[in-house]
Ligand binder design. Structure first.
Ligand SMILES: Cc1cc2nc3c(=O)[nH]c(=O)nc-3n(C[C@H](O)[C@H](O)[C@H](O)COP(=O)(O)O)c2cc1C
Length: 223
């Protein structure tokens, strides 16, 4: 019988990995992760997600090109970003930011330090692979929503095979570069990247865990 504890174990074990070892993930493992993640539901079973995965020199070329794009171009997402973070969302955003900065030793007011940590996004945190996640423009926000489910499932399926991941909206903020680099057609939205590989457990950036709201804060039970 399927046990919720098994799912819970995978969900609790997953975390956003911000330092990777160089060892590649076998292609068969990546194919298994994608096959498992594809079991998520989608409206009309459209399965709108597409994923480009790099390895080896393809990852290096993308990383180098992305870093150049960051230096020379202005960021612009394909989809609308948040218009703000207020109240509890601002609190949670600040908390997880400070957890990361504390872990890597960036002090309050150290703009250079926090900027350097942010720039690690564009080095893909030294991951050996990156997945670029797209959805068809035609399917609109529900296509984006379905693809978000695929992103989550990808991170969980990866964890279940011992592979660590981090979803990155930061990479998608250079959508024009990503589109040109991978020849992504205009009718697809570039939503995010997932850098992945085997996490370095000794790196300070991987040595904190974010918390979650109490169920009572999330669940509005009507009876
Ligand atoms: C769609 C999405 C985009 C994200 N983009 C970034 C990013 O660009 N850079 C980053 O460091 N973390 C990014 N994250 C990771 C979140 O910060 C992280 O999921 C959150 O703080 C909860 O921590 P956890 O994943 O370790 O549980 C992203 C997560 C998601 C789901």
């Amino acid at each position: 019988m399927i046990q919720i504890d098994t799912l819970n174990d995978i969900l609790e074990a997953r975390y956003s990995c911000r330092a990777f070892k160089p060892d590649p993930v076998p292609r068969a493992t990546v194919e298994r992760i994608v096959a498992t993640a594809q079991h998520v539901p989608s409206w009309c079973n459209a399965q709108p997600w597409q994923v480009i995965v790099t390895e080896g020199t393809e990852t290096q070329a993308f990383r180098a090109g992305l870093q150049k794009a960051v230096e020379t171009t202005t960021p612009r997402w394909d989809i609308e970003g948040p218009t703000g973070y207020s109240g509890v969302y601002a609190d949670r955003r600040r908390t997880c930011g400070w957890q990361l900065y504390d872990a890597v030793g960036v002090q309050k007011g150290d703009r250079a330090g926090s900027g350097a940590q942010m720039m690690r996004n564009f080095a893909l945190f030294d991951a050996p692979h990156v997945a670029i996640i797209t959805s068809p423009k035609e399917l609109g926000p529900y296509g984006v929503m379905d693809t978000g489910g695929f992103v989550t499932a990808f991170t969980l399926a990866a964890k279940a095979t011992g592979v660590d991941t981090i979803a990155q909206a930061a990479v998608a903020s250079y959508a024009a570069f990503v589109r040109t680099h991978f020849s992504i057609p205009e009718d697809r939205l570039i939503l995010c990247a997932i850098s992945f590989g085997y996490g370095d457990p000794d790196h300070p950036a991987n040595n904190f865990r974010t918390d979650r709201a109490a169920v009572a804060e999330t669940l509005d039970w009507r009876a």
